[in-house]
Ligand binder design. Structure first.
Ligand code: MV4
Length: 500
């Protein structure tokens, strides 16, 4: 039995884990850095511990402080959320050595799956499809070309120590190979301290399709279906959905079985995600993410299950709540991520105070938020503010619902990609389900928001000033505060050209 959980994280995922813990009658402990004293996750917890200065290395990444905080508050488990220490096997080990339950996989399994070469080998041994490839340790240059030709161009060079797209190169022609190989090795050495690279057949225009899996301590392993996460910008997902438009019952059975084979072979426990590239009826294992993922709400909608509740049950030693045959997929869910960033300016992070926040509310609309009106968005952490997920019986209706939800998501104070998200959702290629990981580059290159006409701008300004005044009044005991929009709107700006 778990009675009290410390959430070693912040923002929307910390708030989300606390919601389920509360429903299960489990007490929650928040941790916070100095800039997060007033953050939503702190207010959502039963108690909270200050773990240090703003830089993550001094707070959310500091293992000693996190374990001390759990022990001093009498927590019996730690949930790592995602990011920060969630996939760090040393942390999992130290949490368990301290006599606490780590709500996540075993450290050895994380280590194995964190090693790209080892997990490719594992897949190969268990007949899970992978791209054709070869490791290149110290081969002489002439051999590199031979290896590449046996795989066939185009080729992708990846650093064995890399991840998230770092240190990757595509080579289309044999004559580019040696220079790319040498550059990739230099890059890998300086970025990861390890020059080892490998070659893979390059899959052009792939879809990113991943499977949610769960394993318990009793030998049970099942999948909760797939998520399609092809819409990305620089290896950061922005829209995810389930089911994938390319999925059939037969393909789901095959990919699901492959996902389960891999995690069983790795001695995995708890929630995990098995990533595949998909192209033209074929799928290729990429990697396992040893954590709960940002996009888990789409799976919760289509399965009707609470994934955090499953994580907690498994960590407490219980059996999986359901068997594979009891999992049914119904309807269609889409998630849009709301980041504090400027999609019209190279996705630069945008910081400041959330001046006005109105979230959409409707049946089939879920908002997972880490912010409130008045919250400060700092530059110290991952810029995700919240996620909007919609659910309906068809994909078309879920998209329609999302467009409406985003129209009713009012956030002033920092820049967000809401207008870009709407342009993606309205794009004919998105609507017809023609998704690839190159979608933004192919269909919306150099995207800029449409400039509003003057009437629309005037209405927006008026609405914003009313909302800002109302919010000020709220925090002033209902008494209006007489200020002009120019004093209250903070980082709200009007481009010169729209006034001329
Ligand atoms: C690939 C690929 C095409 N062919 N491997 C990017 C991150 C890393 N986890 C794997 N990645 C890719 N590996 C082969 N053999 C294309 C990508 C890729 C990608 C994969 C998933 C989601 C978005 C992506 C964006 C660009 C490239």
């Amino acid at each position: 039995m778990i009675k009290k959980i410390l959430i070693a994280n912040r923002g929307e995922i910390a708030v989300r884990v606390m919601r389920t813990a509360r429903e299960l009658g489990i007490a929650t402990v928040a941790v916070y850095s100095e800039v997060d004293v007033h953050a939503l996750h702190v207010q959502s917890a039963d108690e909270a511990v200050n773990i240090g200065a703003a830089p993550a290395s001094e707070s959310y990444l500091n293992m000693d402080k996190l374990i001390d905080a759990a022990q001093s508050t009498g927590a019996d488990a730690i949930h790592p959320g995602y990011g920060f220490l969630s996939e760090n096997p040393d942390f999992a080990e130290r949490v368990r050595a301290a006599g606490l339950i780590f709500i996540g996989p075993p450290a050895d399994s994380m280590r194995l799956l964190g090693d790209k070469i080892a997990s490719r080998k594992l897949a190969e041994e268990h007949k899970v499809p992978i791209t054709r490839g070869a490791i290149l340790e110290d081969i002489a240059n002439d051999k590199v070309l031979k290896v590449a030709e046996s795989i066939g161009f185009p080729i992708m060079i990846k650093a064995t120590a890399g991840g998230g797209g770092k240190g990757m190169r595509v080579v289309h022609e044999p004559k580019e190979l040696i220079a790319s190989f040498e550059a990739a090795r230099r890059e890998a050495q300086s970025a990861f301290g390890n020059p080892t690279v490998y070659l893979e057949k390059y899959i052009e225009n792939p879809r990113h399709i991943e499977f949610q899996i769960f394993c318990d301590d009793h030998g049970n392993a099942i999948h909760l279906g797939e998520r399609e996460c092809s819409i990305q910008r620089r290896h950061q997902k922005i829209i995810e959905e389930s089911p994938s438009v390319v999925m059939t019952d037969e393909l789901r059975k095959r990919m699901g079985a492959a996902a389960i084979k891999i995690v069983k072979a790795a001695g995995y426990r708890n929630a995990g995600t098995v990533e595949f590239l998909y192209n033209n009826g074929e799928f290729y294992f990429m990697e396992v993410n040893a954590r709960l993922q940002v996009e888990h709400p789409v799976t919760e909608f289509v399965t009707g299950e609470d994934l955090v509740a499953w994580q907690i049950a498994i960590a407490a030693g219980e059996e999986l709540p359901k068997k594979q045959v009891e999992i049914h997929f119904r309807g269609h869910a889409i998630e849009c991520r709301i980041y504090a960033e400027d999609p019209a300016n190279q996705y630069l992070p945008s910081s400041g105070k959330i001046l006005v926040l109105e979230e959409p509310q409707s049946p089939g609309v879920r908002v997972d938020s880490g912010i409130r009106q008045g919250s400060d968005v700092s530059v110290y952490y991952d810029p995700i503010l919240s996620k909007v997920t919609t659910y309906s019986d068809t994909r078309e209706r879920a998209i329609q619902k999302m467009l409406s939800a985003l129209n009713h998501y009012i956030l002033l104070g920092v820049r967000t990609p809401i207008e870009l998200l709407k342009d993606v959702l309205r794009h004919p290629e998105f609507k017809s389900g023609n998704l690839t990981t190159h979608f933004l580059n192919d269909h919306l290159p150099g995207w800029k928001p449409a400039s509003p006409d003057k009437k629309e701008l005037a209405r927006a300004l008026f609405a914003a000033s009313q909302a800002a005044a109302a919010s000020q009044a709220k925090s002033n005991g209902g008494v209006p505060v007489m200020q002009t929009p120019w004093q209250t709107l903070g980082s709200w700006e009007i481009a010169k050209e729209s006034l001329s």
